[in-house]
Design a protein around this ligand. Sequence first.
Ligand SMILES: [Fe+2]
Ligand SMILES: [Fe+2]
Length: 141
Amino acid sequence: MTKATLIEHLNDDLAGEFSAIIQYLTYAAKATGPYRPQLVQFFLAEVADEQLHAQFLANKIVALGGEPATRPRDVAAASTNRAMLEAVLQAERDATKAYTERAKEAEAFGDKGLVVQLEDMLRDESGHSEETERILRDWPL
Ligand SMILES: [Fe+2]
Ligand SMILES: [Fe+2]
């Protein structure tokens, strides 16, 4: 694992975190119906975690000598509450998978501090996806 490849992959993760922030803000605005208050609260509560992830990644990329990405990944289009929850679930599962992979890469690169931080982030993301999965499990529509 070269430093350049690790920086490139962390930048892809950073673009994903920016996207997650935009996704949650946008979906909170778009949520409708009787569950709107709970959905707004649920979506907005995730923003703080994703912002901390983005902040960590940007700092780490600079520490490694790289230039942090400033462009988000595209946010999945979704027009119903269910579609938004499903898109969130997919994004959180993708993030969990990406950080699992990234922790292995950081181990190969020899940066134990980064391994620990990435494992911490993957625990956050898997918590987000489990919570979303439980909301979807008995979704009425
Ligand atoms: Fe995140
Ligand atoms: Fe997340």
